[in-house]
Design a protein around this ligand. Structure first.
Ligand code: ADP
Ligand code: ZN
Ligand code: ZN
Length: 723
C-alpha cells in the first residue's frame, strides 16, 4: 500500500480525500495543496500525512502542487477544526473552508500583508497641475495628490478607478509604492478608573491568563462591560499576547473598533463579511504572523489564527447570530470555548441577558460568574411599566397612554424609541368584503404590505407582487392593511407629532453600508426626536438624550410554539429597554400588550432578567429541553411532499432502536412550505450528549446513501436554535 496524504476539500461530503504526495515539496499538515478533483482542480488542506491508503494504487491521483512552504493553519486550528467537523457533523472540507478567507482558498500566492499603495510620479504631479487629464483619470490624480493610497481606500472614494489606474500607470503618471506601516494612533485615550465590580471582573480573568477558564460577565447595557474588555485586552497586550473579540453584528463593529483603536494605540484588525476579500485575507494573515495583536470580528472571525493567544472575548454571547444557519452549522460562541481550551486561555462571555445555556453552565460550576450590577454613567435603571391594551381605542396600534408619554417626552426636548420588530407597513392585507388576504404563493404565509414601494413582499422568501386595488376573490375594493409595521408607525407618529423629526431604522432604511451610523449621526444630541425601528435599534450607539422606550407588538413572542421564543423575547425586551436613560437623565420603558398577566412578563418586569431566566431554566429542566436535553435536527425539503416524507421515513428507519434517544417525526417543519418547497424534519433528542453523538455520528454517514436522499435537499443541525 502506498502512503498517501489525506486532504480536506471544500465539498459538502463527509470525508477526506486521499492523494499521493507530490513529486517535490514538503507535505506538512496544515499546508494547502492543489489537487486534481473531478474534471478540474481544487485547493485543499492537508489533514494527515503518511497514511496507508484504503484505495488501490491505480485509482489514486497525485497532488499537483503544495501551495505553502509552511503550514497556513497551525496545529491548534487543525485540531479545533477536526473537533468542530466531528461535533457539528459537518463535512470536514466545509469546516476548513469556513476557517480560511476566500482569497486563501484559491491557487494564488498569499497576498502581501501590507497593502501596496498607488502614488503620483513627478510627471503625474505636473500633469495634475497642468490639468492635462480629464474624467476618471483626473479624479484619480486628484485623490492621490495629498497622499499615496491603498486600493481599499480608493474603492471607498472612487468607482471604476482601476481602469484609470491602468491608463495612468502605463503613461507613468502614477506608480506602485511601498506599503505604509500599519497606522498606530500616536496618542491613546486614558481609561476611566474602573469601579469596584469592574476591577473584580478584570482581576478574576487576569488571574486566569495562561490557562483555560470560561467566565460569564453578566451586566446590563451601560454597566461597563466594554471597559472590562478593554482593560483585559490591554493586559494581554502588555504580556505580548493576542486578543480576539467577537461581536454578533457588523453594525456593532465600527464604534467598538473606534473605541479599541483610540484606547489601545495598536492596530486593530477587523474581520467580517462586508469587508473586501483582500482586506480580509490580509487581516487574517497579520494575526497569523503575530504582526497584529487584536482582532475584532463577527462569527467567522472565531477561526482567526492566534499563535500568541492571550484572551478570547465573546460580546453579546446570547445572540443568535453566532450560530451559522447554513452549510457548516457551527456556533461561534461554543467554538470560542473549544479554542480557549486548546489555546489555554480564558474565555470571557459577556451579556446583559445571558443565554440559558451559559447560565446553566454557571449553575453547574463550569463557568465562573462575574457581575456588573450598577451603571456608572446612568442616573438610575429605567423603570418598565406595562400598558394594558385591552379595551383601548388604538391609533394605528398605539394606545392613548403611550402616545401621551411620547408627547410629554418630546415636549421636554428628549428622544423616544418606538420598538416594533416588524418592518413594512402592515403584516397583512385583508379584504373586508370576503376575508381574503394576500398570501405568498410559494410559502402560503401572509405577505407584508410595503406602502412606500407599493409592493407586497413575502418576508420568508422575498417573493414580491403588485398591490391589488380590488379583491381577487370578490372584487370588493375594501382592501385594508391589518396590523402595524415600522413603516406604518413612522407614518402615524409623523402625523401625530408633525413638529418632531421621526426616523425609521430597519433593514429597509439601512440598506447602504454605514447607513445605520449615518442615520443616527443625523440625530441632534440635544433635540427631540422619535426613532421607530426593529431589533437593529436594540443595540449599538449611545443615545444620551433617549429617555423613553416604547415596546409595541411583542405579543406574538408570548404565543409562539418555539420553546426558545420566551427566552428570546425576554432578552429582546431587556436589551431594548436598556437603551433608555443611558446618560444623566432617567429613563422610562413602556410595554404595550394584550397579555399583561403573562407570567413571563410579570417575572421579567417585577424581578428582572435573572429571575425570569431562572424560571425558564426550571421549565426547560422539567421538560428535558436544552440545555438539559440535547438535540439533533434532520431537515429535508423538496418540491414534492412525498419525497420529503419518504427520505425522512428512511432516515428514521435507519436509526437504531435505543432507549437513550427520543425521536420525534418525521413531521412537517414549522413552516411546512417555503419558497415553493415542502419542508419536513426529524428531531432526535437525548439527555446525554455522548449518547446522542454515539448514535447519530455513524447514522449521519449513512444518510447520503439512502434511496430517497437524491430527491431532497437535506441537512443536519446539531444544537439547532431554530426548530
Ligand atoms: P457596556 O459595554 O456594558 O454597555 P460600556 O463599557 O460601554 O458598557 O460603558 C457604558 C458607559 O459608561 C460608557 O460611556 C463608558 O465610557 C462609561 N464607563 C464605563 N465604565 C466606567 C467607569 N469605571 N468610570 C466612568 N465611566 C465608565
Ligand atoms: Zn374579497
Ligand atoms: Zn414566500
Amino acid at each position: 500500500m502506498p502512503s498517501v496524504l489525506r486532504v480536506a476539500l471544500p465539498v459538502p461530503l463527509p470525508t477526506l480525500f486521499d492523494y499521493l504526495p507530490p513529486a517535490n515539496g514538503e507535505a506538512a499538515i496544515g499546508c494547502r495543496v492543489l489537487v486534481p478533483f473531478g474534471r478540474g482542480k481544487a485547493v485543499g488542506v492537508i489533514v494527515e500525512t503518511d497514511r496507508p491508503s484504503q484505495v488501490g494504487n491505480a485509482r489514486l491521483k497525485r497532488v499537483l502542487r503544495i501551495l505553502d512552504d509552511a503550514p497556513l493553519l497551525d496545529a491548534e486550528l487543525m485540531q479545533t477544526l477536526a473537533w468542530a467537523a466531528d461535533y457539528w457533523l459537518g463535512a470536514p472540507g466545509e469546516a476548513y473552508a469556513n476557517a480560511l478567507p476566500l482569497l486563501l482558498r484559491e491557487d494564488k500566492p498569499l497576498p502581501e500583508t501590507r497593502e501596496p499603495v498607488w502614488q503620483l510620479t513627478i510627471a503625474g504631479r505636473s500633469a495634475l497641475d497642468a490639468g492635462s487629464r480629464r474624467g476618471g483619470s483626473r479624479a484619480l490624480l486628484q485623490a492621490l495628490s495629498a497622499a499615496p493610497l491603498p486600493a481599499a481606500e480608493l474603492d471607498t472614494l472612487l468607482t471604476d478607478w482601476r481602469v484609470a489606474a491602468r491608463r495612468l500607470s502605463e503613461a507613468r503618471l502614477i506608480e506602485r509604492g511601498e506599503p505604509m506601516a500599519s497606522s498606530t494612533s500616536p496618542s491613546t485615550l486614558p481609561a476611566p478608573p474602573l469601579h469596584a465590580e469592574q476591577q473584580a471582573a478584570v482581576g478574576a480573568v487576569a488571574e486566569a491568563f495562561g490557562k483555560f477558564q470560561p467566565f460569564l460577565l453578566d451586566g446590563v447595557t451601560g454597566s461597563g462591560k466594554t471597559e472590562v474588555y478593554l482593560a483585559l485586552i490591554e493586559r494581554a497586550l502588555a504580556q505580548g499576547r493576542q486578543a480576539l473579540l467577537l461581536v454578533p453584528e457588523i453594525g456593532l463593529a465600527p464604534q467598538t473598533v473606534r473605541r479599541l483603536r483610540e484606547r489601545l494605540g495598536v492596530p486593530v484588525e477587523v474581520l467580517h463579511s462586508n469587508l473586501a476579500e483582500g482586506e480580509r485575507a490580509r487581516a487574517w494573515l497579520r494575526m497569523r504572523s503575530g504582526e497584529s495583536k487584536v482582532v475584532l470580528g463577527t462569527r467567522s472571525a472565531v477561526f482567526t489564527p492566534l499563535p500568541q493567544a492571550g484572551l478570547i472575548i465573546v460580546d453579546e454571547e446570547h445572540d443568535g447570530a453566532y450560530k451559522q444557519q447554513e452549510g457548516f452549522r457551527y456556533h461561534a460562541r461554543d467554538l470560542a470555548l473549544v479554542r480557549g481550551r486548546a489555546l489555554n486561555v480564558p474565555v470571557l462571555l459577556g451579556s446583559a441577558t445571558p443565554s440559558l445555556e451559559s447560565l446553566a453552565n454557571v449553575e453547574a460550576g463550569r463557568y465562573q460568574a462575574l457581575h456588573l450590577r450598577s451603571r456608572p454613567s446612568a442616573a438610575k435603571p429605567p423603570q418598565v411599566q406595562i400598558i394594558d391594551m385591552r379595551a383601548q381605542r388604538l391609533e394605528h396600534g398605539l394606545s392613548p397612554a403611550l402616545l401621551h408619554a411620547v408627547g410629554d417626552t418630546v415636549a421636554r426636548g428628549e428622544q423616544v424609541l418606538v420598538f416594533r420588530n416588524r418592518r413594512g407597513y402592515a403584516p397583512v392585507l385583508l379584504c373586508h368584503g370576503c376575508g381574503w388576504h394576500a398570501e405568498c404563493p410559494r410559502c402560503e404565509h401572509p405577505m407584508t404590505l410595503h406602502a412606500g414601494w407599493r409592493r407586497l413582499v413575502c418576508h420568508h422568501c422575498d417573493h414580491q407582487s403588485a398591490v391589488p386595488t380590488t379583491c381577487p376573490v370578490c372584487g370588493s375594493n375594501e382592501l385594508k392593511p391589518q396590523g402595524q409595521g415600522t413603516e406604518r408607525l413612522e407614518e402615524a407618529l409623523t402625523a401625530q407629532f408633525p413638529q418632531t423629526p421621526v426616523l425609521r431604522i430597519d433593514r429597509e432604511t439601512t440598506r447602504r453600508r454605514d447607513a445605520f451610523e449615518q442615520l443616527l449621526d443625523n440625530l441632534q444630541a440635544d433635540a427631540p426626536a422619535i426613532l421607530v425601528g426593529t431589533q437593529m435599534l436594540a443595540k449599538g450607539h449611545d443615545l444620551p438624550n433617549l429617555t423613553l422606550v416604547a415596546i409595541v407588538g411583542v405579543d406574538e413572542g408570548l404565543l409562539s410554539v418555539d420553546f426558545r421564543a420566551s427566552e428570546r423575547l425576554a432578552q429582546l425586551v431587556v436589551q431594548v429597554a436598556g437603551r433608555a436613560g443611558r446618560a444623566r437623565k432617567p429613563g422610562r420603558v413602556l410595554l404595550q400588550t394584550h397579555h399583561p398577566d403573562h407570567p413571563l412578563l410579570r417575572s421579567l418586569l417585577s424581578q428582572g432578567y435573572a429571575a425570569a431566566a431562572k424560571d425558564l431554566l426550571g421549565e426547560r429542566n422539567q421538560t428535558g429541553l436544552p440545555p438539559y436535553g440535547h438535540q439533533v435536527l434532520l431537515r429535508a425539503e423538496a418540491h414534492q411532499r412525498l419525497a420529503v416524507d419518504t427520505f425522512l421515513g428512511e432516515a428514521r428507519a435507519a436509526l437504531p432502536e435505543t432507549d437513550t434517544l427520543q425521536i420525534a417525526g418525521p413531521m412537517p417543519a414549522p413552516m411546512p412550505l417555503r419558497a415553493g418547497r415542502q419542508r419536513g424534519q426529524l428531531l432526535i433528542e437525548s439527555t446525554t450528549r455522548r449518547h446522542l453523538h454515539a448514535v447519530v455520528r455513524p447514522w449521519s454517514l449513512q444518510l447520503a446513501q439512502l434511496p430517497g436522499a437524491r430527491k431532497v435537499r437535506w441537512s443536519l443541525d446539531v444544537d439547532p436554535v431554530d426548530l
